[in-house]
Design a protein around this ligand. Structure first.
Ligand code: ATP
Length: 799
């Protein structure tokens, strides 16, 4: 099977790839030069033909062979006999002055060889040829009389014959109509939105006919301008699609990397069972391919333009952490294998095959039990095997999903540190096309493990204290800092412990978002946390409104439209950066504020996926009163570091396993139902500081990104302070709205009366003071205390 794939793959490659010498840089270079010179030569020949064609004509009437062999024959054309001959052939005997379009084709071709892609080649060739044919007929038909005494056929012989034939067939009027029709057909197919262009021309024309508009000429101009730009943008879109196709081809060819195929082959190799089992050691390349950091190409409208000189942090800021790395010795592997086999035999379990895959901190022994052995029997021997190996953190996976083997994970005696440097520079991370790429560490087979945060779409991180949670969060933030531009990503950092995330306060103006008027970029105070989370809910609502207005289904579509300049900033549209909310000690928040934080978090978690707000919440207390059902339901992606008990593991992952981890960054990741064991990349505080310092030194935005203002509807800001004598002008109308709809939400009033959030908030406070709505209840709408309009009117007359 694997072989088949491989041959198919190579076949596909050979079918699609050009001969090797053609892709050679030197061949391309020389070919490019040759074609450019040839283009100039032909250009000169054509131009010269206009001046010298008459004089040369008689000399060109001899046979071609004679012309080139007889050196006595001299011509006036600046490019000699060849140029004169080609010009005469292409212009006079061919397409007339329309032949100049061939020069355009040659220029496009030369540029393509030099690597400059201005248009799709196929489209250019087809359009140019069609235009050339049409134009030559048009020129012949239009100027047939005026050039009858000249040596030059403006439409060439081709145009002359076709137009003569058409005139004889359908007459002058018919030919004229046909020429106009064919021109419109050409335009319609060459430019996709030309129909709407024409429609707009006609509609604007009819409008102006009816309306005696004074600035007639101005509006017309505008119209044309916008249409031209829409034609451009459409062309660009098409180009992009074609570009995407190219990309897809490359990606497809990378779907089955060779290493993987070889690996599969090994697994499928039939292996004879024997008394003395031979240990097969899976050789997984320790050093994954690394690449120098490459940046994504810029798009039409460049959201990064404000900080166009921004430099991404260089990889040298991170450390390699090589010092303590050592590999697992053959003796260690053999001895572990013997102990596993011995323990299993002790319980009368025979195995037919055993294979070891060495990971950075653990080694996976895969065994194939003899027929008839019950898998649950092996699963129950976890403790016995751990005892015989005298190792902590043995985990048995029975069976390994999709492999048909049983896995026994045994910690290595000397674990290796997986450095962030290695992970960031890995090809997999550098070439990842994820919208929010996160590099977490290495899997058991030494592969870099990356995630797309937008797909999660929220992440729950839990683990006992000291097991690597903070390092894990730093790894996530660092990998995002290495891949994203400040205009594309903002963090909201919430850290009740006050110390863990403070390291990032220096990049406030580049990468952080906070409430307006806040001093501290990292949110530590519980009241501010509540305000920030509610403010994020407002931001979420306003983003949804923008998406609705733009007819976009998600932030990606919206931003693409914005980048293509299809959305007008004057209508409130703006480039939407992704917002990643990181809460370091979630348990603290739930303990102190309970529902007040749980509700907005759940709301964001449920709805924010499409509009680019993603949450990562971390906790060291994985108990059910912290990770509640609501939270669990909304955080399908979870990471568990080592926890104390199986119950904790179940709370986080819905299955045991996290209690058997070895700590120091050893983690289990649950995305779907499957668990993946990954060694988290290690990034030390000085490394993070170096990265943030590098960013901080660069030009920044004037402030952090401001989240929408949230009116502190906190209970302390009580209704008692409100003076009802200074009621808002909309107070009574708002009261009627609230009572008739029986909904006391600030945003409802804001929308209904098209007023700002602050004013709507003040009105709601006044309504509360007047006893029309109840007190603030988190992000839920307030209770309406007046049931009918009659009671309301009575109350209003007394206020
Ligand atoms: N990926 C890793 N590789 C190697 N060592 C690690 C890794 N992650 C953590 N460690 C070690 O474990 C120690 C504790 O890690 P960390 O501070 O991240 O734990 P924590 O779970 O955040 O603890 P707390 O909850 O108390 O903040 C680190 O100082 C480091 O020595």
């Amino acid at each position: 099977m694997a072989k088949k794939k491989k041959t198919n793959n190579t076949k596909a490659k050979s079918r699609f790839s050009a001969p090797k010498f053609l892709s050679d840089e030197r061949t391309k270079f020389l070919f490019g030069i040759a074609l450019s010179l040839f283009t100039i030569y032909i250009g000169l020949a054509f131009v010269s033909f206009f001046f010298t064609g008459g004089a040369d004509q008689s000399k060109l009437d001899i046979k071609w062979l004679e012309l080139i062999t007889d050196s006595k024959v001299r011509v006036e054309n600046w490019t000699g006999k060849t140029g004169a001959y080609i010009s005469n052939l292409v212009i006079n005997k061919g397409f007339g002055i329309a032949s100049f379009s061939f020069l355009y084709l040659l220029v496009v071709l030369s540029l393509r060889i030099w690597g400059v892609k201005i248009q799709s080649l196929r489209k250019t060739i087809i359009n140019t040829l069609l235009f050339c044919i049409w134009f030559s007929v048009f020129m012949s038909f239009t100027f047939v009389q005026s050039t009858s005494h000249s040596f030059l056929f403006l439409g060439g012989i081709h145009g002359y014959f076709i137009s003569e034939w058409l005139v004889s067939l359908i007459g002058n009027v018919g030919t004229l109509f046909l020429i106009v029709l064919s021109f419109l057909t050409f335009i319609t197919f060459a430019f996709q939105n030309s129909i709407s262009f024409f429609k707009k021309i006609f509609s604007s024309k009819s409008k102006t006919d009816h309306k005696e508009s004074q600035d007639f000429s101005k509006s017309d101009e505008d119209e044309t301008e916008s249409l031209t730009s829409s034609i451009h943008s459409l062309n660009d879109e098409q180009e992009d699609k074609e570009g995407e196709d190219d990309d897809e081809l490359i990606i497809n060819s990378e779907i089955f990397p060779e290493e993987e195929i070889i690996l599969q082959q090994e697994v499928n190799d039939p292996k004879t069972a024997g008394e003395d089992l031979e240990l097969k050691i899976e050789s997984v390349s320790k050093q994954e391919e690394t690449v120098s950091i490459q940046r994504r190409p810029m798009e039409d409208f460049d959201p990064t333009l404000d900080l166009s000189n921004y430099k991404y942090p260089p990889i040298e800021l991170l450390e390699a952490h090589h010092a303590s790395n050592s590999s697992v010795s053959k003796e260690e592997l053999e001895s572990n294998k013997d102990k596993i086999v011995e323990t299993l035999r002790h319980y009368k379990i025979e195995i037919t095959q055993i294979k070891a895959t060495i990971g950075p901190t653990i080694t996976l022994y895969e065994i194939v039990p003899a027929p008839g052995v019950r898998i649950s029997k092996i699963k129950n021997l976890e403790d016995d095997i751990a005892l015989s190996l005298s190792a902590l953190g043995i985990r048995i996976i029975a069976p390994i999903p999709g492999k048909g083997t049983i896995g026994i994970e045994v910690p290595n005696r000397t674990p290796e540190i997986v450095s962030m440097k290695n992970i960031i520079s890995s090809k997999k991370f550098q070439e990842s096309t994820h919208a929010l790429p996160v590099a977490l560490g290495k899997t058991i087979s030494n592969e870099t493990y990356t995630l797309d945060l937008t797909k999660m779409p929220h992440l729950l991180v839990a683990g006992a204290t000291g097991q690597g949670k903070s390092v894990g969060l730093n790894a996530i933030i660092t990998s995002l800092l290495y891949k994203m531009h400040p205009s594309q990503l903002k963090f909201v950092l919430i850290d009740p412990k006050k110390v863990e995330l403070s390291i990032y306060s220096t990049i406030e103006k580049h990468f952080l978002a906070k409430l307006p008027g806040e001093e501290e970029p990292i949110i530590t105070d519980i009241h501010k946390v509540i305000a920030t989370l509610n403010s994020l809910c407002i931001e979420m609502d306003s983003r949804y409104d923008l998406l609705k207005k733009a007819h976009a289904r998600n932030i990606k579509e919206y931003n693409t439209k914005f980048v293509k300049r299809n959305l007008n900033p004057e209508n409130g549209h703006r480039y939407l950066p992704y917002i990643v909310v990181i809460i370091d000690e979630f348990a603290d928040l739930i303990m102190t504020a309970g529902k007040e934080v749980e509700t907005p978090i759940a709301r964001i978690a449920q709805l924010a996926r499409a509009i680019g707000i993603h949450m990562i919440i971390a906790t060291q207390r994985p108990s059910t009163n912290i990770i509640t059902g609501v939270i669990k339901a909304n955080f399908p992606a979870r990471i568990a570091f080592k926890v104390a008990s199986m119950i904790d593991s179940r709370t986080i992952l819905d299955s045991p396993g996290a209690n058997q981890l070895i700590g120091r960054g050893d983690m289990l990741i649950s995305l779907t139902s499957e668990l993946v064991r990954v060694q988290c990349a290690f990034v030390d505080t000085p490394e993070v500081e170096a990265v943030t310092e590098f960013i901080q030194k660069q030009q920044s935005y004037p402030t952090a990104m401001f989240l929408p203002e949230y009116v502190g509807e906190s209970s302390e800001n009580s209704a008692m302070d409100i003076d009802l004598q200074k009621r808002d002008a909309l107070f009574e109308d708002a009261a009627r709205l609230v009572v008739s709809s029986q909904q006391g939400s600030t945003s409802g009033i804001q929308r209904r009366f098209s007023i700002g959030y602050n004013r709507a908030g003040r009105i709601v406070d006044q309504l509360e003071a007047a006893g029309i709505v109840g007190p603030f209840e988190g992000s839920k709408a307030r209770q309406v205390l007046i049931q009918d309009e009659y009671s309301l009117e009575k109350l209003l007359s007394n206020v």
